[in-house]
Design a protein around this ligand. Structure first.
Ligand SMILES: NC(=O)c1ccc[n+]([C@@H]2O[C@H](COP(=O)([O-])OP(=O)(O)OC[C@H]3O[C@@H](n4cnc5c(N)ncnc54)[C@H](OP(=O)(O)O)[C@@H]3O)[C@@H](O)[C@H]2O)c1
Length: 275
């Protein structure tokens, strides 16, 4: 039974950590959880942006947003994020690993080993470390972990061999951790967004030769003919945290059906966006 049934607030008084919460999907999660009564500790590198989001959300409530600066590529920063959460709220119910990056599109010829190692550290090792340091507390509350993966971890993506590998690793790690942590009644799930309209997507489009064509192609990649929203991502995470109490080890696609049906996929004749 969900914890907050009857109050209208679906995660009231629970403590949630969101990495990368100042923008995009992470901000969508922070906002939805605060609106549903959770105390949400979130991080990013940009201190002024983090403080601004904290103020913006605390003006609305009814939960609380608390910003802690943290670069998730640094293990000590992650430890500090967990410590600050426990100092302030005394418990952790949910960890949402979200902070990550998508490098510009290249083939393997242009990526170096160091490029790959550094992206693995940011996108995958950081999720491992946040889970490692949060789990002693999550085991006490029988809480849950939600890892932001990506649809491309399942279906691949042009010019993104390093990114796709990190995302496939996140979904696989999620399943392995779900197996190990079930004995503590800790659930571990991931979600896999397709194209969600965020600053990351917008910046990526603006670096292409034809930004408008790129954005149109991004919307047309879904059966539903549009981008997903950050609020939809937050709502899906809230479902996994609050009501999905029989879900563990799943990878929830938030993809607008992008992975379905035949499309024009002939890479030998393909021209245009992201060739
Ligand atoms: N947008 C999509 O279509 C899409 C699709 C599939 C998966 N995803 C995944 O969703 C996640 C978020 O993507 P997004 O599109 O929302 O990105 P975004 O708009 O660029 O937002 C990223 C957030 O993460 C923070 N961040 C970045 N690097 C960080 C670091 N080293 N340490 C701490 N915080 C950091 C950013 O703040 P600072 O820069 O200030 O640190 C910002 O708050 C990523 O894991 C991405 O792979 C996105």
């Amino acid at each position: 039974m969900a914890a907050s049934v009857g109050t209208g607030l679906r995660y009231k008084d629970k403590v949630t950590i969101v990495t990368g919460g100042s923008k995009g999907i992470g901000k969508g999660c922070v906002e939805v959880f605060v609106k549903n009564g959770s105390n949400v500790v979130f991080c990013c590198r940009g201190e002024s942006e983090g403080k601004q989001v904290e103020q913006e959300l605390n003006a609305v409530g009814p939960g609380e947003a608390y910003f802690v600066p943290c670069d998730v590529s640094k293990e000590d920063d992650i430890k500090n994020l967990i410590d600050k959460t426990v100092e302030k709220y005394g418990r952790i119910d949910c960890l949402i690993n979200n902070a990550g990056s998508h490098p510009p599109h290249h083939t393997i010829d242009e990526f170096s080993g160091d490029d790959f190692r550094s992206l693995l550290n940011l996108n995958l090792v950081s999720y491992f470390l946040a889970a490692k340091y949060a789990l002693p507390y999550l085991r006490k509350t029988e809480g849950n972990i939600i890892n932001d993966s990506s649809l491309v971890g399942q279906i691949g993506q042009t010019g993104a061999v390093t990114y796709v590998a990190t995302k496939g690793g996140i979904s696989a790690m999620t399943r392995a951790l779900a197996v190990d942590e079930a004995k503590y009644n800790v659930r571990v799930n991931s979600f896999s967004p397709g194209n969600v309209w965020t600053p990351m997507w917008e910046n990526g489009a603006n670096s292409e030769k034809d930004p408008q064509g790129c954005i149109k192609a991004g919307a047309d990649a879904q059966l539903l003919g549009r981008f997903g929203t950050v609020e939809e991502c937050g709502q899906a995470c809230l479902f996994l945290a609050a009501e999905g109490t029989f879900c563990t080890g799943i990878d929830l696609n938030l993809s607008g059906g992008a992975e379905l049906n035949y499309g024009f996929k002939n890479m030998r004749e393909r021209t245009g966006i992201f060739q």
